[in-house]
Design a protein around this ligand. Structure first.
Ligand code: M6R
Length: 608
């Protein structure tokens, strides 16, 4: 939440900052701001609303320069006002900084500073940071930042300009991500990689507590004790086109369309002679694998729903005791986690605060921790024992789509691999299932090509206010995900429910104005779900069924039938989720919602 950026070089810093802020606007879009340093003069511009609002102001003022910092905000402390927008400065105007994160002891610090005579002009925790910094600074920036870290509790990434330092900026990270981008005569820093992609793919991920100095000539790093350290250079395998809309009207639609490729890429290099082989990435000894009894999967939001899908496959193909938890719940109840536990943390961003905290808890209790994430170098992936990457490319739309697909693919690979290592599945069955997994990209693409029918359905039902999504077995998490997509981007009320549970309560909501969207593939639970459709139909609800090609029976039960190609029961979520994503997309489009940047949301939820 919140995106921060810094630049020094020959380009017009205003253009670099605005472009970068737009590229990470998914991190927050309540307000935006930037500060430029020219000579010994700061220009600070802040505006409420999206980056486009700031852009108008900046262009009206005709600002240019070569050194500056920027911020796009998701409000935590203090309302959405210009005064609370970043950057913030100390009273003397010597420092200006932008911040991503939360300072938990800011009220105590503020009181202490006010007692010493400081005045504040915002309600933010960030202004407290810059006041503390000004008081700690004695001419040595690294020392001041070491001391600052000791004073602050919470999470933060900061980019800081100092009035008497026209050569560059400092930055520091603890708990919030920060990556440096290295160019030729220019250097960058940002919360995420996408803002860097138009200029460089050479990056340095900061470690916890790292302090960086970024000038035109290069970067220098110190650890949290102020000891100098060598930057570790990495090359990112994303390119700038991956973070562009490429002709699509929205990132979400582009990302839905990329889903076949995401499955393909995530499988690539992980199947050998028809069998799953993750041994290069997961260097697990036979002994280690044999020691596990429990498998815990922990995640939030869409990642949690992908985990619920995988739970079913993992329980079927392995002998492990599998349980799936929402990260914010896992942390606060008694869970038997120990050395016999493989704990899997699923997070697109790898920056979700609750998931990271749950990982720390599980690791502390002795579990072997694995991250399933889309972002190499993310906080989560740096803290776990092992990482399995999705290879989905950057996901810019705030509503997750292609990474749900990537997560299911990666988790299914894990399920088959564990099944093989622990003897829970025969070689022949593994090969058969891996073959079907390899066919999925084509089937996913077939479903995407049927987009028109979903557009028609969206037109038909756009005026409804409440929707019920039903599914059983593998289709239950799909119903949850379909409902989440509709809520997130169209602001309509949608509930996902286990089809068999409907009669235990939600049925009271049904009437002819509440469509029931039922995920009903031709699987072992088909007849049961069919009965639930009848129950809803008897209450006059319009029925939309997501079924299997060739299922003519469904036509007689449902008002509208959308079908997807046949696949094994275990793989049905890969196909049935796509019509639900497209339905949500078209409803939101008809309602003229801001599809890629839905209100109140941010892509990475870095607060607990
Ligand atoms: O980055 P993560 O996968 O950890 O994010 C988890 C959730 O915040 C995320 O899935 C959220 O629910 C999305 N907005 C779903 O579309």
């Amino acid at each position: 939440m919140c995106g921060i950026i810094g630049y020094v070089g020959e380009r017009n810093v205003v253009d670099v900052l605005l472009d970068g802020m737009r590229r990470m606007e998914y991190r927050g879009y309540d307000s935006a701001g930037m500060a430029l340093l020219s000579g010994d003069r700061f220009d600070v511009i802040r505006e409420v609303g999206k980056v486009a609002e700031l852009e108008k102001l900046v262009h009206d003022r005709g600002l240019t320069g070569c050194l500056g910092i920027g911020h796009t905000r998701w409000a935590t402390h203090g309302g959405v006002t210009v005064e609370n927008a970043h950057p913030h400065s100390d009273e003397s105007g010597r420092f200006v900084l932008v911040h991503n994160g939360i300072i938990e002891n800011f009220l105590d610090l503020k009181e202490e500073l006010e007692n010493r005579g400081d005045h504040f002009s915002s309600q933010t925790d960030t202004e407290v940071i810059v006041h503390c910094l000004a008081r700690l600074y004695d001419g040595d920036m690294v020392h001041a930042l070491v001391e600052l870290q000791k004073k602050l509790s919470g999470s933060f990434a900061l980019v800081i300009l100092r009035k008497d330092d026209p050569d560059g900026f400092f930055c520091v990270r603890r708990g919030s991500p920060l990556v440096l981008g290295l160019g030729d005569g220019e250097n960058f820093c940002a919360s995420d990689v996408p803002p860097l992609l138009p200029y460089t793919r050479e990056v340095v991920y900061l470690d916890e507590g790292d302090i960086g100095e970024v000038t035109r000539k290069g970067v220098r790093l110190w650890d949290d004790k102020g000891c100098s350290k060598e930057p570790t250079l990495q090359e990112v395998d994303w390119d700038v086109s991956m973070a562009d809309k490429e002709g699509y009207s929205h990132f979400m639609l582009k990302e839905i369309n990329e889903q076949g490729a995401v499955v393909r890429n995530t499988l690539k290099g992980r199947l050998a002679e028809g069998r799953v082989d993750l041994s290069e990435e997961l260097q697990w000894s036979q002994e280690l694998v044999a020691s596990w009894r429990n498998l815990h999967i922990v995640a939030c939001g869409t990642s949690y729903y992908a985990s619920l899908v995988a739970e079913r496959a993992l329980s079927k193909w392995t002998d492990l005791d599998v349980r799936v938890d929402i990260a914010s719940e896992y942390r606060y109840r008694t869970v038997r986690t120990d050395e016999k536990t493989l704990a899997v943390f699923v997070s697109q961003s790898g920056e979700t605060a609750d998931t990271i905290a749950a990982q720390r808890l599980a690791r502390g209790l002795g579990a072997h921790c694995l991250a399933v994430t889309n972002v190499r170098g993310s906080t989560l992936s740096r803290e776990v024992h092992d990482t399995l990457l999705l290879k989905a490319g950057p996901e810019i739309g705030v509503a997750a789509t292609k990474t749900f697909m990537g997560q299911m693919t990666a988790l299914y690979l894990l399920a088959l691999y564990l099944g093989r290592l622990r003897g829970g599945i025969s070689a022949a069955e593994e090969i058969r299932l891996a073959e079907e997994l390899s066919r999925l990209p084509y089937k996913v693409e077939t479903v995407i090509a049927r987009e028109n029918s979903l557009q028609g359905l969206a037109e038909r039902y756009v005026s409804c206010r409440d929707f019920l999504y039903l599914g059983r077995g593998y289709s239950f998490p799909v119903a949850l995900e379909g409902a989440l997509k509709l809520k997130e981007i169209s602001y309509l009320h949608a509930e996902g429910y286990a089809a068999g549970e409907m009669k235990h309560g939600p049925i009271a909501l049904l009437d002819d104005k509440v469509p029931v969207i039922t995920v009903i593939p031709r699987d072992s639970l088909y007849e049961k779900t069919l009965s639930n459709i009848l129950e809803a139909k008897a209450r006059r609800s319009p029925i939309i069924a997501i079924g299997t090609d060739g299922d003519s029976l469904l036509e007689t039960y449902a008002d509208h039938v959308v079908t997807v190609p046949w696949t094994d029961e275990e793989f049905t979520p890969f196909l049935s989720v796509v019509p639900l994503q497209l339905f949500a997309y078209h409803v939101a489009k008809l309602r003229r919602c801001d599809i890629d940047r839905p209100r109140n949301l941010a892509k990475s939820v870095t607060v607990e």
